[in-house]
Write a protein that binds this ligand. Structure first.
Ligand SMILES: Cc1cc2nc3c(=O)[nH]c(=O)nc-3n(C[C@H](O)[C@H](O)[C@H](O)COP(=O)(O)OP(=O)(O)OC[C@H]3O[C@@H](n4cnc5c(N)ncnc54)[C@H](O)[C@@H]3O)c2cc1C
Length: 405
């Protein structure tokens, strides 16, 4: 069985090894001059391979039952077993799984060794420009600028435009469309949010613990908690990434998007009120800047003093208890109007892609037998935390094994 794979990212390499281990003669065609480039950037260079806290809530997909069935075929336990049996030791950090070395480069070397050991024909520096099914020959024709290939089965594992510049990364969708597949709207999914609020710019560089709430047309839609980063373009950090997919689609639909930030996420309302009263009683005669010093980051305090129309030298007793309470409540409900997301080049993954209802549980096209898909090119995406690579491993394994059979 000749299996061709377009794309040597996480999913394509997994598909290649799975197909070879199930007896296929495998060729992987990669546009870049080397395989698995994106893996090097994952997990801040440490590669968050997967996550033990696993369920369908972590994924966005039109058919969760089908997705669950596919994951059960090759789940987190299978994945860890796959890595460990073939030589990659793993490190478990509260369920977040990394290579033991905490080096993405080690993961890439692991894959390069496997591709070599399994005698997989890897053609790098060769963008696939054309692919079609040849009815007479009963095979898939794949063309690069220099070569023409014939395969019995074909796996499209071209990834997405996330993290790529110049509109790169779209060719997988074009190849799928050529076979009659439809593509769900592509938007950046794990990405920073932009805002033109002046106080956000003044806080640029600050990272702090916060609870954030996404509001669309005034309705609360999602909450996240963790380290938020303020930047000169807006807000970033893992909690922001987790709500960014919903924000992306809302911005596309021209909805009013706001993020409400609570800078005291670990305080219950009554505790917070007590804390404000306590500070007020003990610091009636101090300047506002000094009153706020000792709470959150200095830069936040200075920005919010200005935002609320005060001066650093204003004395607390003159401002009065009610106004101080109001100001401090503002720290718990800081409204940030979102004007957009950063572009594809800054996103970690995309939402959208080859429609999942056109793919069966073997990752095979329901229209073109013998044509398979794997990874981010498909309209499935996960939240931050190893879930997108898990999708690449699972869909790659299932596609590779099914194509070989
Ligand atoms: C900065 C960053 C950090 C991330 N961190 C994590 C993390 O820690 N954990 C996690 O789970 N996920 C993480 N992700 C997401 C994860 O990396 C991706 O979801 C995953 O790599 C997708 O794998 P893939 O095989 O589908 O696509 P890719 O890895 O993008 O591979 C697709 C391959 O296809 C090739 N290709 C495309 N078109 C053609 C063509 N026409 N001809 C030939 N080749 C082609 C591309 O060059 C590419 O090598 C991160 C992403 C980024 C950008």
């Amino acid at each position: 069985m000749r299996v061709g794979i377009i794309g040597a990212g996480a999913s394509g390499m997994m598909a290649a090894v799975a197909a070879a281990e199930h007896g296929a003669q495998v060729t992987v065609i990669e546009k870049n001059d080397r395989v698995g480039k994106k893996i090097l950037a994952t997990g801040n260079g440490k590669c968050n391979l997967t996550n033990r806290d696993f369920n369908m809530e972590k994924y966005y997909c039109a058919h969760k039952e089908k997705l669950q069935y596919i994951f059960e075929t090759f789940d987190v336990v299978h994945t860890l077993d796959f890595f460990e049996k073939r030589g990659l030791m793993i490190r478990d950090k509260n369920g977040y799984i990394y290579p033991y070395s905490e080096q993405a480069a080690v993961v890439l070397d692991f894959w390069r060794r496997l591709l070599c050991e399994k005698n997989i024909n890897v053609q790098c520096g060769s963008p696939v420009l054309f692919s079609d099914y040849h009815e007479d020959k009963k095979c898939f024709i794949v063309k690069t600028a220099e070569q023409k290939y014939e395969f019995d089965k074909l796996i499209i594992a071209c990834g997405s435009p996330a993290s790529l510049k110049n509109g790169d990364g779209l060719s997988g969708y074009a190849l799928a469309e050529k076979y009659g597949h439809s593509i769900g709207k592509i938007v950046p999914a794990l990405v920073q949010l932009k805002s033109d609020e002046k106080f956000i710019k003044a806080m640029a560089g600050v990272r702090c613990q916060a609870k954030i709430m996404l509001c669309l047309n005034g309705r609360e839609e999602a909450t996240e908690q963790g380290e938020v980063q303020f930047t000169d373009y807006g807000i970033s950090g893992i909690p922001v990434f987790q709500i960014s997919r919903m924000a992306s689609y809302a911005i596309e639909k021209k909805r009013d998007v706001n993020v409400i930030i609570d800078l005291f996420p670990d305080y219950a309302d009554d505790e917070f009120a007590k804390m404000v009263r306590f500070r007020y009683e003990n610091m009636k005669n101090v300047r506002l800047e000094d009153f706020l010093n000792g709470t959150v980051n200095k830069k936040i305090n200075l920005a919010l003093i200005k935002e609320y129309g005060y001066k650093p030298d204003d004395v607390i007793s003159k401002i009065g208890y009610n106004a101080i309470t109001e100001l401090m409540q503002g720290y718990r409900g800081l409204r940030v109007h979102i004007t957009g997301t950063n572009g594809m080049a800054n996103a970690q993954v995309c939402a959208g892609g080859v429609k999942f209802d056109e793919i069966n549980t073997n990752m095979e096209s329901v229209m073109i037998p013998g044509l398979f898909f794997a990874g981010e090119v498909v309209d499935v995406d996960g939240i931050c935390g190893g879930y997108n690579l898990q999708w690449a491993w699972t869909s790659g394994y299932v596609a590779g094994k099914s194509a070989a059979n």
